[in-house]
Design a protein around this ligand. Structure first.
Ligand code: MN
Length: 232
């Protein structure tokens, strides 16, 4: 292989609890409108026919505990607290059993969103990239191996901004389960180790300001946090 002209910034790798080696991030797939109450607060009805997705760049992900500047181009920057699923084996046109067996780990994630830009894109039937795939716009907590957690059933998911509770729901409210999503998405992609799936956010999304601290959690998993500093 020839030498490259320059080096790209390294994409982060996520700590795995109880494992010396970290989990490198390949691709990040995000599920849209996977909680009915969140779809309703965004003015949408839930489409029960099939889940839909958008992607966020691994290069734009940061690890929990990061401090990031309030991003450019928005005056309505929102938090979205989500369950992340880390794929640990190749998965293509998967059965439910194959999907379950391919889950390596779970974690907490923030899908930070320039809501005003996402809204303008929706209105104009344009892609969501400016609203969603922003720099330092995905925040990832340390992962817990699937074998070390008893799974999403019945678990609380919550998010606080400066210690004020904003999102408070149960993972049981997900319209499409983790297995549903892996089966469906693997009909369109050859999923592989390094692929992360963010499974959507419950109701209670809202704006955050420079200087505020965001912390989210899911029962049994490691919390995710982000502090916003002044805009550059
Ligand atoms: Mn989201």
């Amino acid at each position: 292989m020839t030498e490259t002209l320059f080096d790209l910034p390294k994409t982060p790798a996520i700590q795995v609890l109880g494992e010396a080696r970290s989990y490198p991030i390949g691709r990040i797939f995000c599920v849209g409108r996977n909680y009915a109450a969140h779809a309703a607060e965004m003015g949408n009805e839930v489409d029960r026919e099939a889940p839909f997705y958008f992607t966020k760049s691994a290069a734009n992900a940061v690890l929990s505990g990061a401090t990031a500047p309030y991003p450019p181009g928005t005056s309505d920057f929102h938090h979205e607290m989500e369950l992340a699923v880390a794929v640990g084996a190749p998965l293509f046109r998967a059965s439910r059993e194959e999907a379950r067996a391919a889950i390596y780990a779970y974690g907490c994630a923030l899908d930070m969103t320039r809501r005003d830009l996402q809204g303008q894109a929706k209105d104009k039937r344009r892609p969501w990239d400016l609203g969603k795939d922003l720099e330092q716009g995905t925040v990832l907590a340390p992962l817990t191996r699937a074998a070390d957690w008893d799974g999403p059933a019945g678990k609380k998911i919550w998010l606080k901004v400066d210690d004020v509770l904003r999102q408070d729901a149960s993972l049981d409210e997900m319209i499409w389960s983790v297995e549903d999503i892996l089966c469906h998405l693997s009909g369109y992609y050859h999923l592989r180790p390094g692929d992360l799936i963010l499974t959507g956010t419950p109701a209670g999304v809202g704006a955050v300001q420079a200087g505020q601290a965001i912390r989210g959690g899911i029962e049994g998993l490691s919390d995710v946090s982000l502090t916003l500093s002044e805009a550059e």
